[in-house]
Design a protein around this ligand. Structure first.
Ligand code: ADP
Length: 192
């Protein structure tokens, strides 16, 4: 299996690049943000709980997203691999993911970390708010809270995987195709 984590701050292009990567490598896309928005749209108890947290730009509890990912792994047996987007976002989520994959006799192959400056992140998310319909994209205070949360809780995920020599840093500024090529180069290097 080829299991990849696409890592980076909010607005770094994970969603855009994920779509291209899953098509090229035949992977199953697992985005906890998308899974949570689906729960909100269908008004499940989990969705109602998550909505209030996401509207503040904060992370939903680890056990909630770990449970969602665990179910998604069980529902997708026999795939070529998974592309994790927006997960793991804390050290506890990283440890849980490693254990879940180990139970399935597999592991994370590579962590691709997109690097984008803060001003560019804010401007991209504000631009995305025109079409995304996401409340958390439309308000600059919420965008900033998400970036603060990223520095406080999520940036450590990169350090966690660095210990296992799995991280490749990629410049996330430039054209979509340039960034995609750089990501593919790292994946192809890993595969060869
Ligand atoms: P972005 O990367 O642009 O912030 P996402 O769709 O990945 O967009 O996440 C949107 C929101 O969903 C986050 O701000 C957070 O509240 C929640 N969320 C998504 N993934 C996780 C996760 N792995 N752990 C906790 N909260 C999450």
């Amino acid at each position: 299996m080829l299991n990849i984590i696409l890592f980076g701050p909010p607005g770094s292009g994970k969603g855009t690049q994920s779509e291209k990567l899953i098509a090229k490598y035949g992977l199953k896309h697992l985005s906890t943000g998308d899974l949570l928005r689906h729960e909100i749209a269908t008004q499940t108890p989990l969705g109602i709980e998550a909505k209030a947290i996401m509207e503040k730009g904060l992370l939903v509890p680890d056990e909630v997203v770990i449970g969602m990912i665990s179910s998604a792994l069980d529902e997708n047996l026999g795939v070529n691999g998974f592309l994790f987007d927006g997960f793991p976002r804390t050290e506890a989520q990283s440890e849980a993911l490693d254990k879940l994959l180990e139970l399935k006799n597999t592991e994370i192959a590579i962590v691709l970390a997109l690097e984008v400056g803060e001003a560019e992140l804010i401007s991209r998310i504000q631009h995305r708010s025109l079409t995304s319909g996401r409340d958390d994209d439309a308000n600059v205070e919420i965008i900033k809270a998400r970036i603060v949360e990223y520095h406080k809780k999520t940036s450590v995920v990169e350090d966690y995987y660095k210990k296992f020599n799995k991280v490749k840093n990629i410049k996330g500024e430039g054209s979509v195709d340039e960034i995609f090529d750089a990501l593919c180069k790292e994946i192809d290097n890993h595969l060869s």
